[in-house]
Ligand binder design. Structure first.
Ligand code: ADP
Length: 258
């Protein structure tokens, strides 16, 4: 793969105690910087703004009120980018913040503009775009016309948009299982999925962690979009971001949607 999109979920970035997982971010910066320097095109889609904002503001429970979530995300996004900025700086890499909304699908002009920004950023040496949904503009978590859903679908749309070879989706679990392993301990990892069937959708039950929001349902929606465009997605565990290097070396890791 020469052009990859990497999506990291909240569950990977935020610890259960609301603290940001700095060591994961540092490793992520090292691995992605090395890939970029070896000539790969890299886009990072990062969740975590609400989780980081909760930590800063001392909020324990994810707010249910949408406007509150948006405000918390605004605080968290600034901090999150500062942390990425510092982490990538260690490797001489600059980061470009791209906050995106569904407008890029609905309005051709927005679509063109965002495409152009991506092309320009990807053509730069030592620069990596970091994408997140523009939480203060999007309206409702449940309204799928305006909201992507914890970046899973956004990362698939970005993968389509930049015509990447591969979407690496990092979560807090080793891959897609025959059932939610939190509830069914003997569930088995599925190594390869080529069609999203109703029985696969049925296996994606329930939400995972306190901070993660999408669960497997939005990841399957992302996978559907990827398969529709004849692209590939790998769902893998992000607790050690060096797994990206293993994936790039062609090792069989996690669940391959292809
Ligand atoms: P992220 O923050 O990385 O997007 P989520 O917490 O939203 O992650 O989703 C990951 C969680 O989805 C897992 O921790 C797991 O509990 C849950 N899950 C539900 N069904 C499945 C399944 N069939 N296979 C794997 N994980 C599942």
């Amino acid at each position: 793969a020469n052009r990859i999109v990497v999506k990291v979920g909240t569950s990977t970035l935020i610890r259960q105690n609301s603290k940001i997982n700095l060591s994961v971010i540092k490793s992520l910066a090292r691995v992605l910087s090395n890939l970029k320097k070896s000539g790969k095109d890299v886009v990072l889609v990062s969740s975590g703004a609400i989780g980081v904002g909760m930590g800063i503001l001392g909020i324990e429970k994810r707010p249910t009120k949408i406007s509150r979530q948006q405000a918390v995300a605004a605080v968290g996004q600034a901090e999150l980018m500062q942390i990425y900025n510092e982490a990538f700086h260690e490797y001489g890499v600059s980061v470009g913040q791209m906050l995106i909304t569904r407008d890029i699908i609905d309005y051709p002009e927005s679509h063109t503009n965002v495409m152009n920004s991506f092309q320009e950023l990807l053509s730069m040496d030592n620069t990596i775009p970091i994408v997140n949904e523009n939480d203060t503009v999007t309206v409702s978590e449940l309204d799928h016309h305006t909201k992507f859903g914890d970046n899973d679908q956004l990362s698939a749309i970005v993968t389509n948009l930049v015509d990447a070879d591969l979407l690496i989706m990092l979560s807090d679990i080793d891959g897609f299982y025959s059932a939610n392993p939190l509830k069914v301990p003997d569930a088995e990892l599925i190594q390869r999925i080529d069609t999203i069937t109703p029985s696969i959708i049925a296996a994606a039950g329930g939400h995972g962690t306190k901070f993660g929001t999408g669960g497997m349902t939005t990841k399957l929606k992302a996978a559907e979009l990827i398969l529709k465009h004849n692209q590939e997605m790998i769902l893998a565990n992000g607790k050690d971001p060096d797994i990206i290097t293993n994936i790039m070396a062609g090792e069989p890791v996690g669940t391959l949607f292809s």
